[in-house]
Design a protein around this ligand. Structure first.
Ligand code: ZN
Ligand code: ZN
Length: 208
């Protein structure tokens, strides 16, 4: 396993070239997940899937620590605004969810008394604290079946309403026809009518 400092440097390089406190628990969550699941981290293959509950600083640390990436289909973001991640061994389905201990921030200061600021105390303290002081973890069962999550079967249909392609069986079926989730009412955006005023909420229109 590469040293924590090496992984933090790699994470910082992705992260505008500088380390920051939240990357540290990210890297350490991935390292501990490897120990808990008995898998090598950073992984060399695609056995680990990590479901990350935030984006931003911690996600960079998590990605580097586990070698899991969105583009490799080994990382998924389910943005709940929480520094937390569930690591799944895709061979066995075993899953463990990790997050920083609720009082980790306060404990960090005690581990780095020489730090010139709270920010530095967190950056240093998070590197020095033992796992069980920095992190908390729970064994979990996935609520979504692993084959559905992984979408290994692939698949490609065209939405019957908007005509766009839907991959990985993410469509829903309405009256026997494939429909994308946006057209099925789960869109995160509204389509503006031509000429609609920018200061008014747009009406949802569908192209079908
Ligand atoms: Zn950051
Ligand atoms: Zn559609």
């Amino acid at each position: 396993m590469p040293a924590l400092s090496e992984l933090l440097q790699a994470s910082a390089r992705l992260h505008e070239g500088r380390p920051c406190p939240r990357q540290v628990p990210g890297v350490r969550m991935s390292l501990l997940a490897g120990t808990l699941l008995g898998l090598e981290v950073p992984q060399r293959d695609k056995r680990f899937l990590v479901i990350v509950e935030t984006y931003g600083c911690a996600a960079d640390g998590i990605a580097v620590g586990a070698n899991c990436w969105v583009g490799r289909r080994t990382m998924r973001i389910v943005d709940l605004g929480k520094v937390a991640a569930t690591y799944v061994d895709t061979h066995s389905g075993t899953a463990v969810r990790l997050h920083p201990h609720p009082v980790a921030r306060e404990r960090a200061a005690a581990c780095a008394p020489e730090a010139p600021s709270r920010w530095h105390a967190q950056l240093l303290g998070y590197q020095r604290m033992p796992d069980e002081e920095l992190l908390a973890w729970t064994w979990v069962e996935l609520a979504i079946p692993l084959p559905v999550l992984l979408a290994r079967a692939g698949g490609r249909v065209h939405c019957w309403r908007c005509g766009e392609e839907v991959l990985d069986q993410r469509e829903v079926w309405i009256e026997g026809k494939p429909v994308c989730r946006s057209c099925a009412g789960e869109a995160y955006y509204w389509i503006r009518e031509p000429g609609a005023r920018a200061d008014r909420p747009a009406a949802l229109t569908q192209r079908a």
